[in-house]
Ligand binder design. Sequence first.
Ligand SMILES: [Zn+2]
Length: 411
Amino acid sequence: MIGPSQAYSPNLLDGERMRQDFEALARFGATPDGGVSRPTFSDAHLAARKWFLARAEAGGLATHVDTAGNHSAVLRARHSSDARVLLLGSHLDSVPGGGRYDGALGVVAALHVLLACKGAGADLPFTLEAIDFTDEEGTLVGLLGSKALAGTLTPEFLQSPRGGRQALVAGLERAGLREERLFDARRDPGLLAGYLELHIEQGPRLEREAVQIGVVTAIVGSRSFRIVLRGVRGHAGTTPMDARHDAAVAAAKVILGVREIIVRDFPSCVATVGDVRVEPGAFNVVPGVARVALEFRSQDEGELDAIESEVLARIRALAEADGIGVEISPVAHWQPTGLDPMIWGAIERAAADLGLTTKRLPSGAGHDAQALAAVTPSGLIFVPSIGGVSHDPGESTAWGDAVNGANVARR
Ligand SMILES: [Zn+2]
């Protein structure tokens, strides 16, 4: 991955040392059930980031923190006149009650790629930088550090962040960061050689097919909508079944209708109703209002358009048939991000050199790579998640698989 492979010694990185560092890192924010809880700028998160810099320095690497709080270890090209930087990284923040592998594996692997290159005295064609991006998971904003670095973060975007404005202001203060200076973390794309991220799959496909390395072709886009269904509230004892306009029943039909459309017409996509609240919410009242949170994802923008029109038309038709009013408002719209086909090829060649099996697949989850892809050739390597479990303390990856992924990145 870091240039013509014959220029480098073939030695692999130190998987055992990498495991020790991975386990040291997993102690920050460790939960009794074996997971970690490291929401952005929590004490555990700040301590993990500090550990990362100290570990890099102990390994003889330079370190750097930018104005968006992104933490980096740096190995400079000694002889090359090309001053561009190849970024390798992921994130050390986690969802509350998350797992140990999501993000942390990519950061530790990036660090060990640098250590292995340094140890081998590799004559690098680029400067290598292992980077821990700020707030990937969106405790505060989502992809905060990677968007700042890519230059796609806007002041407007920070006005109504998903974690709330107050949490953002308080969090930046805790971390010693200034909101107006977040934008100064932008890098000139001309100085970037590319970005490569190793991440757990967070889904079951690689494990199911017994494939060792996932070559991510695209990161799916998503759209989300708030749907309010308005029926008629009634006495649960005296309103006959055939005289009801029950908002909860309408919500149930919406859930099943959405599922049917996706399974039948868009088999490569996913849709989720992740929240339903009915009002007033009592045993003895026929619900008058149901509020439904709908989200769907695809790697193709045209397909997102098609799902949107088909699903929303179905919801309107179902509501009308039951005499229920419906209001639909869009919440978020993320475009699909294609990753660089040259990098797919490079990952596949590196894996083949190591005798590892590969499969091309899209990523259903968001990653820092999607922010970087806007400005520099970007790639994402997946390793299998045991049982497809993620954002859960039970999240795990066989260590051999994790090291395989790091070795692919190293090449
Ligand atoms: Zn992640």
